[in-house]
Ligand binder design. Structure first.
Ligand SMILES: *Cc1c(COP(=O)(O)O)cnc(C)c1O
Length: 240
């Protein structure tokens, strides 16, 4: 595919998503200024990330460490809008990779256990900056297998743990609506948990919720960050 064609596809996808966000904000009586749109570029090439930056995107999300590290290294070395992108890590974190993630990510959405605090802080220290982090909360029913995210009951203790580390800055919570579940209900629960986190860290006001299929429900329930991939980039290539 030619670059001009791809650029137009991405521009069209972005326009459609911005239109949906504007409509959802209007319906909820919120301002679009309250929303940060993170474009999830996992599985797509660095060339797409570059085009998105040229189209005005400021925040991109990745969920696989090796892929994210490689793309961030290539693009940060360039001039122009890509150099200023904020990189959000939104995927499951292994403790032995967490320090490496903290060396290129600006925001980590997926902190779900206390074991990640020390390695994330170490990576942030090597980069000589404070790392923005969110606690990922499981919105799945308790009996669900393989859920990612901290159990609701564990969130306050984890929030205190993160808040107690001077290299990390707790910004709020992140959640993924259960597959086939009621997104409105899940995001309402996330908003409630966000309130409990703010009792511990009053300015931790970020709520990362909502993807291509449920961003309206997320906006309605107070999301500040939306993580949108396929609605902008198209269907992800299949994993080989
Ligand atoms: C892939 C992914 C997204 C984006 O999903 P789309 O349905 O393509 O918008 C959002 N959040 C997380 C955690 C993801 O892994």
């Amino acid at each position: 595919m030619g670059e001009a064609v791809r650029r137009q596809q991405l521009a069209d996808g972005l326009a459609a998503v911005h239109g949906r966000i504007a409509a959802a904000c209007a319906a909820a009586g919120r301002s679009t200024d309250e929303i940060t749109l993170v474009i999830v570029t996992k599985f797509f090439p660095a060339s797409d990330v570059r085009l998105l930056a040229e189209l005005g995107v400021g925040d991109v999300g990745e969920n696989r460490h090796q892929e994210a590290e490689a793309k961030a290294a290539v693009l940060r070395a360039e001039d122009g809008p890509v150099a200023g992108l904020r990189w959000h890590f939104i995927g499951g974190l292994q403790s032995n990779k967490a320090a490496a993630v903290a060396r290129y990510a600006d925001v980590v959405h997926s902190v779900d256990r206390a074991k990640l605090v020390a390695p994330l802080a170490r990576g942030a220290e090597q980069r000589e900056r404070r790392l923005d982090v969110l606690i990922q909360v499981s919105l799945d029913p308790p009996e669900a297998a393989g859920r990612s995210g901290a159990a609701v009951a564990d969130v306050p203790r984890l929030a205190e743990e993160v808040a107690g580390n001077e290299r990390l800055r707790l910004r709020g919570v992140m959640g993924v609506a259960p597959l086939g579940g009621d997104a409105d209900r899940a995001f309402a629960q996330l908003a409630q948990i966000a309130g409990r986190v703010r009792e511990i860290v009053p300015d931790a006001g970020w709520i990362s919720a909502g993807m291509s299929g449920d961003l309206e429900q997320a906006v309605r329930n107070g999301a500040t960050h939306l993580r949108v991939g396929s609605a902008v980039l198209g269907e992800r290539p299949r994993i080989k």
